[in-house]
Write a protein that binds this ligand. Structure first.
Ligand SMILES: Nc1nc2[nH]cnc2c(=O)[nH]1
Length: 359
């Protein structure tokens, strides 16, 4: 089968996987997530954690991932170098954040944020890996003042980089954005006005979009990373993926570790199907995602969201060979792969034709 695409995952949050579930987003960030990410100021933490993260992702069959690292440049370089060395196709983002976050975990100024992000872009180029690319990563509007977001939009445009962020994940988050940026008609429009909404943009969550925001995402060809495991754990809400697809929005899946506790895209497929059933019940309709649609989200849909559908996502002749080989002659093996995801020795995984996980 084609390799799995994880279009939204925080590599720096893996130490928290499975912890602090059931805490709403803004409280979860402040109490648990910012302190964990802050520990990556020590590059040794990155050197210890990131190789394990990438190994785990590859064993899960994730051949392409779009990663958030942290606000620290040296640690983010370690993540980029690790994905290159281990042969995973990856977008890697140094997180940009300046306000509404702890003083001991934020960038110094807009200028410093831009300088370090540009240095990170040069660094990924210096790796000379065809697999690893930088992605401009304003954390979300709550942590980025207007001049910061505008400058990051311009930077992405200058370097022809992709952009990733969070959008309309929870109701309190959306309300807070309205309070901080009262002059903009919507959260989605705000990103658009900052130059951050293009056909190379990945917006995670998008649970609380109004109809006009759905239309704007479709018009700009920006992609949505649907993160059902995370949306349940942080009590964020149920994203109506069927509606997004019907309106022509590109949708893929994100594990969103550690708000999502599983690093398996197969798990994200299962949760997406469950959440779609819940949405179907809430709306008294039974127009729910099908298994083939969930498979699409995990593969070609994800490839569209990370703007790589010209080279990955299926086995069309001329694309790269990113693939998972599952031994389907042994029922026990395939069951264990499907249910445990990252068990060793279940599968072989290939990226760009190179075997990166052996049985
Ligand atoms: N799920 C999730 N949402 C966010 N919004 C801003 N930062 C984060 C994060 O780290 N995880």
């Amino acid at each position: 089968m084609p390799g799995l695409v994880d279009s939204h995952v925080h590599a720096s949050q893996f130490p928290n996987n499975g912890l602090h579930l059931g805490t709403p987003l803004l409280e979860w960030l402040e109490k648990y997530t910012f302190p964990t990410e802050r520990s990556f100021a020590d590059v040794k933490v990155a050197e210890k954690v990131y190789p394990r993260v990438v190994d785990r992702m590859l064993r899960n069959g994730t051949t392409t991932a779009s990663y958030f690292a942290t606000a620290h440049l040296p640690a983010t370089k370690v993540l980029a170098a690790t994905t290159a060395a281990k042969g995973q196709r990856a977008l890697v983002g140094k997180v940009n954040m300046l306000m509404n976050c702890p003083e001991n975990y934020r960038e110094e100024s807009v200028e410093e944020s831009l300088r370090e992000t540009e240095e990170f872009i040069s660094y990924t180029e210096s790796l000379k890996s065809p697999l690893v690319q930088p992605i401009v990563t304003p954390r979300f509007a709550i942590t980025c003042p207007e001049d910061h977001m505008r400058a990051l939009g311009a930077l992405a445009s200058k370097h022809k980089c992709r952009v990733q962020s969070h959008l309309c994940e929870s109701e309190p988050e959306k309300e807070l954005v309205k309070k901080i940026f009262p002059d903009f008609p919507s959260y989605t429009y705000l990103y658009h006005a900052m130059g951050l909404l293009t056909d190379k943009t990945i917006m995670a969550h998008c649970v609380w979009l109004d109809d006009e925001e759905v239309r704007l995402l479709a018009e700009k060809r920006a992609g949505v990373s649907h993160c059902p495991n995370s949306n349940l754990n942080l009590l964020s809400g149920h994203c109506n993926v069927k509606k997004l697809l019907q309106h022509g929005v590109k949708v893929g899946l994100g594990t969103d570790c550690s708000a999502g506790y599983s690093s398996s895209v197969l798990d994200a497929m299962r949760r997406a199907l469950h959440v779609s059933c819940s949405v179907g019940m809430e709306h008294s309709k039974h127009d729910v995602l099908t298994l083939p649609e969930a498979f699409h989200l995990a593969t070609l849909g994800g490839a569209q969201v990370v703007s790589m559908d010209d080279c990955i996502g299926n086995f069309v002749v001329g694309k790269e060979f990113d693939a998972i080989l599952v031994d389907d002659t042994m029922e026990d093996k395939i069951q264990r792969f499907l249910y445990n995801g990252d068990d060793r020795n279940m599968v072989e995984v290939y990226v760009a034709g190179r075997r990166v996980v052996a049985r």
